[in-house]
Design a protein around this ligand. Sequence first.
Ligand code: NAD
Length: 386
Amino acid sequence: MRIGFMREMTPGERRIALTPQVAGKLIKLGADVVLESGAGASLGLSDAEFTALGATIADRQAILTGVDILLCVRRPDPAELRQVKAGTLVVGLFDPMFHPDGVQASIDQGLSVISMEYIPRTTRAQKMDVLSSQANLAGYVAVILGAERLDRILPMMMTPAGTIAPANVFIIGAGVAGLQAIATAHRLGARVTAFDTRPVVKEQVQSLGAKFLEIDLGETGQTAGGYATQLTPEQLALQKAGQAKQCAQSDLVITTAQLFGRKAPILIDAPMVAGMKPGSVIVDLAVETGGNVEGVRLNEEVITDNGVRLIGLGNLPGMVAAHASQMYAANLYNLLSEYWDKEQGFVLNLEDDILTSCVIVHQGSLRNDQIRGALENLATPAGKGA
Ligand code: NAD
């Protein structure tokens, strides 16, 4: 079975789908691994580091048309997907709700697609869970980035010149990224407070040494998969009012609140930003799905009139691309090896609960109703090309 990967073409994407170590493990399983020359260059990895382990080099066109499985970080451009041989399995972060054009191209071309965002959040699938592996790194990077942009330090310091109080860090959303951000800020000596709409999180926040901000929103909950449910407009207003004072007292605010497959909620509006101290910093981790902060702009840093820095940099895991690739590649290996048969290679068993969730297209047929809605929107003149 031929497994290929290519250079990532998304601007600024430094992560790669396979590291030499994982390519070697796939070869040991019995796969032929083929890569485009320079596929590891963004991490300073030479072709020779892959070929030394038995991988081969081919040009991009040969990979698109000649492999059984194409591994990617981000989905290839739709125009490229339309060149992939029918029946090929493409595996990557397809982001189908925000970029349905890649799904449409895969359907038209008769491909199969595993969208890594749809790996279920179950115990058995944990080792394949790229949302967790990448969000964990994003939470760490958000704190380091925010700390670097502050004009003050995070820990308390008692010196002959006087005592410096610890910085106040406020984390909104305590999922995988938020919990890692709490742990990182706490380790750096900050005084950390956090909030999440899922009440089950309170204990996890406290066990990491942070304070949980209590806001009574009435009935909130989570889906069977553990994701937050959308708040009503009244609940959102209550949340904003409850957070305003905490934001005003904070030096660094990190927002991570997402709703799977939907636009992120605005949790910090312009008056709340206006109430914050000059020199304070907000890092918005939800910026790629619309942002949690009013005024934040994707891939930009904005300084407001009152001197608050809004950081909207996307792809934070890509800032630590070596470790992000190591974890991403390991997630892919764990997925492929779980269903590997010595004779047949990767067996796509649609009865399996993990595969039934993450195989969003099978030989040109769409298998996910949530994505069907996004595709219908793409087909209407207003939604076309959006
Ligand atoms: P996510 O990225 O979808 O959202 C981040 C956090 O934002 C979540 O904790 C969510 O509750 C929170 N949020 C949403 N709206 C909010 C609001 N208005 N205000 C404040 N916070 C808000 O979440 P995630 O990190 O991907 O985790 C989703 C779930 O999956 C969690 O329950 C997590 O524990 C679970 N999970 C399970 C496994 C597993 O069992 N294998 C692995 C990873 C994650």
